[in-house]
Design a protein. Structure first.
Lengths: 1009, 222
């Protein structure tokens, strides 16, 4: 296909590198240096989208981040789909595949448009509220409809094969925007010696200068750009980030930059390369040189393809050598707008007329237009566009000086392109991100960045300084100031001359946002304010008539600025129309503010490398490889991977559990308990400290002894438990639950540092230091005896709740005789580097005892048979030790008190009929009550049925031959032997008898042998 | 030494539990936290020209010292035994095979050859008095050395800390976030950094480092 709109020469293209690409299934050609938008325009593609609400055909309007219509879906394969790509910002590469996201079955022939025409009437402004709020149950349906119709794009259904990552930086000065002001600022700050990061969203630095006709130092502006960039590249202290959008400006001068490193090269990043990188920058000072965005004028049918921004027309002609039409009508409120017509004429195409809304324009441009033989229609406006899929003509009429009404006859002109120049809106977006409200400047009729608490400077057009000279001057000034503020720059103050620029005399600008029509706004053809959300001038007037006076309400009522472009083109026009309709000034009406991100950003860049294997750390014990080799199934406990059970071939999970439980009860089992939190506590006041953080007594625990403790919050509720051993008079080792380890250490430090700093005690985490293996079962003593020759394991010498030091398999060990299974148990702790060695030795001698590895599930069953609680499973932060039936673990006569004592004495904790932990035996021994099931007194009672409490732990016990459960029952401790009922979702009811939670060996004879 | 402290030391009940955690013989085989990655083999096979070099300094002796700088016997005792002073905030010091890192206002991490950990703890306990603690964590963490021209870029992907020369000169130490875990990071050369990471997180850090180094080329050194 020929590029009908491509000029034979010019532009910043590499014509030696033609590329082909596909759009909506058709193959087109372009050149390297094109954007997708410039290539589409070169090929004469007019319609790139169908509108959100009315399904009207839409064309390319802008040339940058402000583009509202050409928001396309990119990707040659399912896995490389990227939604929300502005064609104006996507560089063309060979093989690029793009598609429009709305318009079904195709953008050109849209069935939706018929529905849309009906829907338009059915969807007045406010439909966002009115139509889609009720009934809420239908929201899912609405959402599908809206997404498909609105062309929001879609995410890939396959995994994205590309790499996205994050990188942190610290910089003295971050300059946002690489136009004349930004380049000058970076140069000044760089020469001053500050560490500078300069980021620009375009592929090339230069900003507007890349298509400007202006001269700097009597040479084309691009030569100055090249020289500055070359100098910046030589500076070690300057980092240049092209193709990098500063998308967020956050508190404390934290700046997030989205760099597209390979999006311009291919559909898929070259092997090993990062596709997109999120730079996270802590900046000393930020210089915003973000420029300004041209405002389109609001006139009837201003959305017909062929209606464009004047500056975009210039950009396409000068930078991309594309003239997006044949016959141009330009409407402008200012002198600068004329440039588009001159560029159009220079490109050899016909300028039908320049329609100047000013009655008496005086600038040099007017004379130049006349010299060029261009027809200038003064004091007039394009009030309406003719055409549907492409402009075919315009209606031009004279208007009054205030721009309120049409004053003269209407004439029709034939043309295929309408450029409008309504003045400039500084790109205040980033300044808004940190909460700063833009301020209205009457002299330039625009919002500029308001007061900020950030270390922020502004330079150039964002600051309302639109002339090239002012941009260069302010850039140098503010770059230098930023460097000086950051501690640099004294030495070069005033040493950077401002380049010479020829100023042309500009005449006054007319303030005009909304072009009048011969009909009232509500009757005139649609005058679009926000293309992306199909908000019209009439819609805004309806909003104000309905009583929405706050601009924030108008925004939400109409959905203005809700699109992915955040209303970059339309917002100011919309505010002005609302202000006029409310009979207020623009500053009185105010403005909405923008939020991050400036332009849409991929989820890949947000997630970075925090995905898949790296999504969250996985913590492993020293014996993990062994567990893997044995085919263990794993359970996540916090970040730890713990063996859950060890299935043998052909076993069901319950088979494995039955086998593991029986092995422990009849011979010997072994558990990797390394994940339990371990805190080394040293100091003269260690014992006192323990007494204050545990609910039970610690004063008399002798060296060589262990004790179980319950830890409560201030409210008296249990939050962790574990065994603490007295290693020496001033030295203890505390164990915590696996998941609670970090929290408990913080808790101890918190109380030590804030409440009791006078206590001499230090805490150190030693969780990772010790590999812990629990050998449990009647044969555990015999087994361990084969591995140690220096620990007397006899029951008389090594009693239950004692610990001893010695060697196991030749490795120094601390052995604790504690038991979570109710069996004779020895917990062997060795330095973790030797964990695997000792574990393997244990298995070498363990074979003859049928030593069986067991996982967390068997551990849970075995402890439940004994009625031992698991903090976090049988407790939920609302349970006191008394509720658990563990008053033996509360010592209220300690001299100092302890955390939770007062909490437990609260009225609510003392009241009758609290939920208390009990055992539950099902009437049918085979039935296992689901955990979480709620007990009721009478299953036949009509709803609402009072709930008595819920089941916290429930298993089938192979050793006992029936199911067992623990759970809460109101006043349960006094209801032993009574029956409660657990209604199930399927209508059945499980009947259970309240019993002691200790199902096995209530006297503890097994563990005391 | 106060009378009370003397009394404490004379009593038969041990005040602190001191334990040599290493076996007497060479028989028992130790495994470092990254043993499963078999870095030694990778070092033989891999490329030699990566922008990032990684080495595990396995099985060293790690002692965490807690104490107050107001406690003279703690400060002087350390200097006497180790032949160097306890470093100030964010600093490190080295003497011979031993190096010590400031961790927090009352905490230091001493790293020594693995077999010296016990005897040094013993010596330190003998000369120190009053309120202090020493915890042997040799099995609980490992040392990784990251070097090469792109080492700093790998770190920039991993931590938000300011790594620029002026903020992070050679010898400085910080304990900070590292990806989704934490590390004690010490700059040991213009292009060389030392990470101390916890055993249970070592595999995660290893995965992370391989990934973050991929674009620069990773060379594992023995």
């Amino acid at each position: 296909m020929t590029q009908t709109n491509r000029l034979p020469s010019g532009g910043r293209l590499d014509r030696n590198r033609p590329v082909t690409f596909k759009y909506n299934g058709t193959t087109y050609s372009g050149f390297e240096g094109d954007t997708l938008a410039s290539a589409l325009l070169a090929n004469g593609v007019d319609v790139v989208a169908r509108s959100f609400k009315y399904s009207r055909p839409r064309g390319i309007v802008a040339a940058g981040a402000d583009e509202p219509n050409a928001v396309l879906q990119l990707g040659a394969t399912e896995a490389t789909q990227v939604p929300n790509v502005r064609a104006t910002q996507q560089e063309l590469f060979d093989g690029l595949v793009a598609a429009s996201t709305n318009g079904w079955p195709s953008t050109d022939n849209d069935l939706m448009s018929y529905i849309g025409k009906v829907g338009g009437r059915m969807m007045p402004p406010g439909f966002y509220y009115k139509t889609f709020m009720y009934p809420q149950s239908l929201w899912d349906t609405y959402e599908k409809f809206i997404r498909k119709a609105a062309g929001i794009g879609r995410s890939p259904t396959e995994n994205d094969p590309d790499i996205y990552d994050h990188m942190n930086h610290h910089a003295d000065v971050v300059v946002v925007g690489g136009g004349p002001a930004g380049l000058s600022a970076a140069l000044a700050a760089g020469r001053a010696g500050a560490q500078v990061i300069l980021a620009d969203e375009q592929a090339e630095f230069g900003g507007m200068l890349l298509h400007s006709n202006e001269l700097i130092n009597d040479a084309p502006a691009t030569e100055w750009v090249a020289a500055v960039v070359a100098e910046l590249q030589t500076m070690d202290n300057v980092m240049l980030l092209p193709r990098s959008t500063v998308n967020g400006y956050h508190d404390h001068n934290f700046v997030t930059i989205h760099e597209r490193r390979t999006d311009h090269l291919a559909d898929l990043a070259p092997r090993g390369q990062v596709r997109q990188r999120m730079h996270r920058i802590r900046a000393g000072w930020v210089v915003l040189a973000t420029g300004a965005i041209e405002r389109p004028l609001v006139y009837a049918n201003n959305d017909v393809p062929g209606c464009m921004l004047a500056s975009a027309v210039s950009t396409y002609i000068k930078r991309y050598a594309v003239v997006p039409g044949n016959e141009l009508v330009l409407m402008t409120t200012n002198d600068q707008g004329y440039t588009a017509a001159f560029d159009w004429q220079d490109a050899g195409r016909k300028v039908v007329a320049i329609v100047d809304t000013r009655a008496e324009p005086t600038g040099a441009c007017v004379a130049q237009a006349q010299q060029r033989g261009l027809k200038v229609i003064k004091g007039s406006a394009v009030i309406e566009v003719k055409g549907s899929k492409r402009v075919s003509g315009v209606l031009v009429a004279s208007i009054d000086a205030a721009g309120d009404r049409v004053t003269g006859n209407v004439q029709q002109l034939a043309c295929d392109t309408v450029a409008s120049a309504g003045g400039w809106s500084p790109a205040v977006h980033l300044a808004c991100h940190t909460g700063s409200r833009p301020e209205w400047r009457e002299d330039i009729q625009a919002f500029v960045p308001g007061k900020t608490v950030q270390r922020q400077l502004t330079a150039g057009a964002v600051h309302g300084s639109y002339t090239l000279r002012a941009c260069l001057e302010e850039g140098i000034q503010q770059g230098m100031l930023a460097a000086t503020n950051a501690g640099f720059g004294e030495q070069i103050a005033g040493q950077i001359p401002v380049p010479t620029v020829t100023e042309t005399a500009a005449g006054p600008v007319m303030t005009l946002f909304h072009v009048p029509h011969t009909k009232p706004t509500s009757r005139a053809p649609k005058q679009f304010v926000d293309y992306q959300t199909d908000v019209t001038a009439a819609g805004i007037e309806v909003a104000t008539r309905e009583g929405y006076e706050s601009i924030e309400h108008v925004k939400r009522y109409t959905a203005m600025g809700f699109g992915t472009d955040q209303g970059k083109l339309g917002n100011i026009n919309g505010m002005a129309i609302a202000a006029k309709s409310l009979n207020k000034t623009i500053p009185e009406t105010g403005t909405t503010i923008f939020r991050p991100n400036y332009t849409p950003i991929t989820f890949g860049a947000i997630a970075g490398r925090h995905c898949k294997e790296l999504y969250d750390p996985k913590r492993y014990t020293a014996m993990h490889r062994w567990h893997l080799a044995q085919g263990a199934k794993f359970e996540d406990v916090g970040q730890w991977k713990r063996p859950w059970y060890f299935p043998k071939p052909g076993e069901s999970m319950q088979d494995s559990l039955n086998r593991e439980c029986q092995a422990v009860r009849t011979s010997a089992g072994i558990l990797d308990a390394s994940t339990l939190g371990k805190i080394d506590i040293q100091g003269r006041d260690a014992r006192e400290f323990l007494g204050r953080v545990y609910s039970n007594a610690w004063a008399k625990l002798a060296v060589g002894k262990c004790r179980y403790g319950l830890m409560c919050g201030e409210d008296g509720m249990v939050f962790d438990d574990g065994v603490t051993a007295c290693l020496a008079e001033n030295h203890f080792i505390m164990t915590t639950t696996t998941g609670g380890a970090a929290g408990v250490l913080e808790w101890l430090e918190l109380y030590h540092q804030t409440e009791w700093p006078e206590l001499e005690v230090y805490f150190n985490t030693v969780t990772d230091q010790w590999a812990t293996m629990t050998i449990s079962g009647p044969n555990s003593r015999k087994l361990l005896a084969e591995l140690t020759d220096d620990i007397d394991l006899s029951g008389d010498s090594f009693k239950f709740m004692d610990w001893k030091e010695g060697t196991v398999a030749g490795v120094p060990a601390r052995v604790f005789r504690i038991s979570f299974t109710g069996e004779l148990s020895f917990e062997v702790n060795v330095q973790a580097n030797y964990g695997m060695y000792v574990w393997e030795r244990v298995f070498e001698v363990g074979a003859k005892y049928n030593l069986t590895p067991y996982g967390t599930e068997t551990m849970h069953i075995l402890r439940a048979e004994k009625g031992f609680i698991i903090a976090g499973q049988d407790t939920d932060g609302s349970v006191t030790p008394i509720d658990l039936g563990m008053s033996w673990c509360v010592a209220n006569n300690k001299p100092f008190s302890y955390i939770g004592k007062r909490g437990m004495a609260r009225e609510d904790c003392l009241k009758e009929n609290r939920k208390q932990l009990v055992g539950l035996k099902t009437r049918d021994p085979e039935v296992v009550i689901p955990e979480g099931a709620h007990a009721v007194e009478n299953p036949n009672q009509a709803a609402p049925v009072p709930m008595l409490g819920h089941v916290t732990s429930s298993y089938y016990s192979a050793c006992l031959g029936h199911s067992i459960a623990m759970g809460f029952i109101r006043g349960g401790h006094d209801r032993m032997g009574e029956t409660v009922y657990y209604p199930q979702p399927d209508g059945s009811v499980i009947e259970a008898e309240i019993c002691s939670p200790i199902f096995l060996d209530p006297k503890g004879e097994r563990q005391n042998v | 030494m106060s009378e009370q402290m003397l009394a404490e030391q004379q009593t038969l009940i041990p005040v602190y539990a001191l334990m040599d955690q290493l076996p007497e013989t060479e028989g028992p085989r130790p495994e470092s936290p990254l043993c499963h990655a078999d870095l030694a083999s990778l070092a033989e096979q891999g490329s030699r020209e990566g922008g990032v070099r990684l080495q595990e300094q396995a099985l060293l002796g790690h002692l965490v010292l807690r104490g107050s700088l107001q406690n003279e016997s703690f400060v002087q005792g350390f200097a006497q035994v180790m032949g160097m002073a306890l470093p100030g905030a964010l600093e490190s010091a080295a003497a011979g095979d031993a190096s010590v890192r400031w961790i927090s206002p009352d905490e230091w991490l001493l790293i020594v050859p693995g077999k010296q950990a016990f005897s040094l703890e013993k010596q330190l306990r003998e000369v120190m008095a009053g309120h202090f603690s020493i915890a042997n964590v040799s099995g609980g963490q490992t040392v990784l050395v990251l070097a090469g021209q792109d080492a700093v870029n790998v770190l920039k992907k991993s931590t938000g800390y300011d790594l620029r020369d002026r903020n992070f000169p050679v010898g400085k130490v910080v304990t900070t976030t590292f990806a989704k875990t934490q590390a004690v990071i010490r700059r040991t050369g213009q292009q060389e950094w030392e990470l101390v990471v916890r055993r249970s997180f070592a595999d995660y850090v290893w995965l992370w480092l391989q990934d973050a180094s991929a674009e620069y080329g990773l060379t594992v050194t023995a």
